[in-house]
Design a protein around this ligand. Structure first.
Ligand code: HEM
Length: 279
């Protein structure tokens, strides 16, 4: 491939080739060199394991790219455009929920044929998965701290941790449209849930007032992505149980028991609570 120039824009590179064709544009030759098995001789199923994770990471990259734009569009008050790009992120996430099932074609015995070579690598260390969680508003400092030894990932995740999340930007947009949505002040917590209750009652208006149709549609895309992340967790833990049972994870966790504990996580809890509050 003849590469003329490249430039980086937030992790997305732009450049040119002097003689463009399908393979050079998509760098297919380079792409095909990126599947390096740890097993020796290479186990037949290890390329499946590598490629499925690599495709997840590629789609994660695109989801992050789309969510970055959604945040900008929300800040500019461009609700329909924000909804349009949220729908793309949702469509990708829908594929990611289904994709995990390809792994069911790998038998537990075949996985054991190379699993020991993967230690201590684990999906738990996927920094892009944590980036998506942080961007959506699911920020846990202990998750950030797991990346301390990887300076590049740590810097990127710290930036995401400190930046306003999709939830923050959505609430700011609603406030500019007449909502109050009071959050606890810094250092304060809403122990009795009074502030959350007040926010939920206000958010009910999105579902009751037809004048708020565009904001309602945007809110529904947030619920869509949250539901799909929750579904991904459910499908992933089920496939994990099918393949390794209750063995410990290569990342050092209890495995299925840890993954089950994550199933209750929600990025947009207030929007879920609206369902209960609506009368
Ligand atoms: C044979 C297939 C798989 C097995 C046995 C497996 C197993 C596990 C286990 C046991 C954990 C808990 C952490 C640990 O101790 O390692 C975990 C976490 C995780 N895995 Fe997988 N996994 C598989 C496939 C995948 C795939 C294809 C992805 C796609 C990216 C993925 C992404 C993740 C993520 C993001 C976490 C962290 C979840 C959280 O902390 O909420 N895994 N996996």
């Amino acid at each position: 491939m003849d590469s003329k120039q490249t430039a980086q824009y937030g992790g997305i590179t732009s450049g040119g080739h002097s003689s463009l064709d399908y393979n050079s544009y998509l760098m297919v030759e380079q792409l095909k060199t990126l599947q390096v098995c740890q097993s020796e001789p290479a186990h037949h199923d290890e390329p499946l394991f590598i490629i499925i994770h690599q495709t997840y990471e590629l789609w994660f990259k695109l989801i992050i790219h789309e969510l970055d734009l959604v945040v900008e569009l929300m800040a500019e008050g461009r609700v329909r455009k924000a909804t349009h790009f949220m729908r793309r992120a949702v469509a990708i996430m829908r594929v990611l929920v289904q994709q995990i099932h390809i792994l069911e074609t790998m038998s537990p015995v075949d996985f054991l044929g190379f699993r020991h070579k993967l230690n201590p690598a684990s999906g738990f260390q996927s920094s892009q998965f944590r980036e998506i969680e942080f961007m959506a508003g699911l920020k846990e400092e202990r998750m950030l701290m797991h990346f301390k030894s990887d300076s590049v990932a740590f810097a990127e995740l710290t930036k995401r941790f400190e930046a306003p999340s999709l939830k923050d930007c959505f609430y700011a947009l609603l406030r500019r449209n007449g909502f109050t949505l009071t959050m606890p002040a810094d250092g304060e917590d809403d122990e009795e849930g009074k502030l959350a209750e007040a926010r939920v009652l206000e958010l009910c208006r999105l579902y009751q007032d037809e004048q708020l149709g565009e904001l309602h549609d945007l809110a529904e895309t947030l619920i869509d992505i949250d539901e799909l992340i929750a579904l991904w967790r459910t499908h992933h833990v089920t496939v994990v149980e099918r393949i390794i049972g209750f063995k410990r994870g290569t990342g050092g966790s209890e495995g299925v028991a840890y993954l089950r504990s994550t199933l209750v996580k929600r990025c947009f809890q207030d929007l879920w609570s609206v369902r209960t509050a609506l009368t």
